[in-house]
Design a protein around this ligand. Structure first.
Ligand SMILES: Nc1nc2c(ncn2[C@@H]2O[C@H](COP(=O)(O)OP(=O)(O)OP(=O)(O)O)[C@@H](O)[C@H]2O)c(=O)[nH]1
Ligand SMILES: [Mg+2]
Length: 345
């Protein structure tokens, strides 16, 4: 099961109690206080983890808690701190406070750590309350409560290139051919039911990035905005891509017109978020191994002024060219992004 949104209830551990205790030894009538401090409670910590692309664990166990700090003991023994509660999250998870709606964290890289809720401090033992006038204090502090809250987790996958297309256009076939991911492909619509991220690797001597992340998402159909098919919900997984690749089935199977397919896809993206149309895009004209495709391709180019890479996932034609094109474009987009970040700082 794929889950990309859920609500969790978390609490850091409370601090342990401070201890009231006195030194009791033979021939030592005024032993004095020796109650240790309580340990602090375990924090709730978010940890970026690139092994997963799913929030399903949090749907089934949405309540998480840090461990309480141990209470202080006599003979100056402080309590042990509570173990933190570590929430491993896929890269691209946005965490918002459910009560205020404010974003409190965004998980971007593997190993990133964010303390979401701080554990309570341990209470002081009576050793701290000794004064010149009260040398036998019968007083210690309770531990402070740990922070807690209700948070919404939303996963928007991080990828460089997002694939958009009607069902059966060949998105997963392409992912399979140019990355190591193994998505299912079949001749029925909606074979892909949730997003998959594949890595395109480039040789050492290629100019630019060494690897690009490719997001294969379920097919869109006309009326996806009214929740037809699987609807728009998976478009959030291409929101952060630098480049969108529209895969068009150029063979026009079942009386389809590839020119209209492209127009419908643009419309669906616009209905979801007009900003998606501002992203650089490229058309991958697929299934050129089929005889009908050549005629449609000419008509397509006449109607739509957009860069087209001609290819076939079946024969492998054009795949190298597409890979190179993706590398070239994403590398230059990333460079431009970096430059504009530097100039705005
Ligand atoms: N002839 C031919 N068939 C192809 C080509 N690419 C994909 N197919 C076939 O088209 C069908 C659909 O391919 P998929 O890769 O599953 O399509 P998809 O876009 O991922 O489809 P959904 O996951 O349903 O959205 C499969 O039967 C593929 O074998 C191609 O270049 N030529
Ligand atoms: Mg698919």
């Amino acid at each position: 099961m794929f889950v990309d949104e859920c609500v969790i209830k978390v609490a850091a551990g409370d601090g342990g109690r401070g201890c009231i205790s006195f030194r009791r030894e033979k021939y030592e009538p005024w032993g004095g206080p020796n109650g240790g401090d309580g340990g602090s409670g375990g924090d709730v910590i978010l940890l970026g983890n690139d092994d997963t692309n799913n929030l399903v664990d949090y749907k089934y166990t949405p309540q998480r808690k840090g461990e309480r700090g141990e209470h202080g003991l006599g003979s100056d023994q402080n309590g042990r701190g509570g173990k933190p509660c570590i929430l491993k999250l896929p890269l691209g998870t946005i965490v918002t406070d459910e009560s205020t709606g404010k974003v409190v964290a965004e998980i971007i890289f593997d190993g990133q750590q964010v303390v979401l809720c701080k554990g309570g401090n341990g209470g002081w033992g009576n050793i701290h309350f000794k004064t010149s006038v009260n040398r036998a204090p019968k007083r210690a502090n309770p531990g402070a409560p740990g922070e807690s809250g209700v948070y919404r987790l939303v996963l928007k996958s991080i990828a460089d290139v997002g694939l958009v297309g009607f069902p059966n256009a060949g998105k997963s076939s392409l992912t399979k051919r140019i990355t190591r991911a193994k998505p299912k492909t079949a001749s029925y619509p909606f074979t892909t039911l949730h997003p998959q991220i594949g890595v395109i690797e480039y040789p050492e001597d290629a100019k630019g990035e060494r690897r690009l992340l490719l997001a294969d998402i379920p097919g869109l159909i006309e009326g996806a905005n009214e929740n037809r098919g699987l609807g728009h919900r998976f478009l959030r997984h291409i929101e952060r891509c630098a480049l969108l690749v529209f895969i068009i089935d150029m063979a026009g199977i079942d009386g389809r017109d590839p020119r209209d397919d492209y127009a419908h896809l643009l419309r669906e993206l616009e209905l979801y978020d007009p900003q998606l149309l501002e992203k650089p895009r490229l058309v991958a004209a697929n299934k050129l191994d089929l005889p009908e495709a050549t005629g449609w391709l000419t008509k397509f180019k006449r109607r739509h002024k957009v860069d087209v890479v001609e290819m076939s996932c079946l024969s492998g034609e054009g795949l190298d060219k597409l890979k190179k094109e993706l590398l070239k474009r994403v590398t230059s987009l990333r460079k431009r992004e970096k430059k504009s970040q530097l100039s705005s700082n």
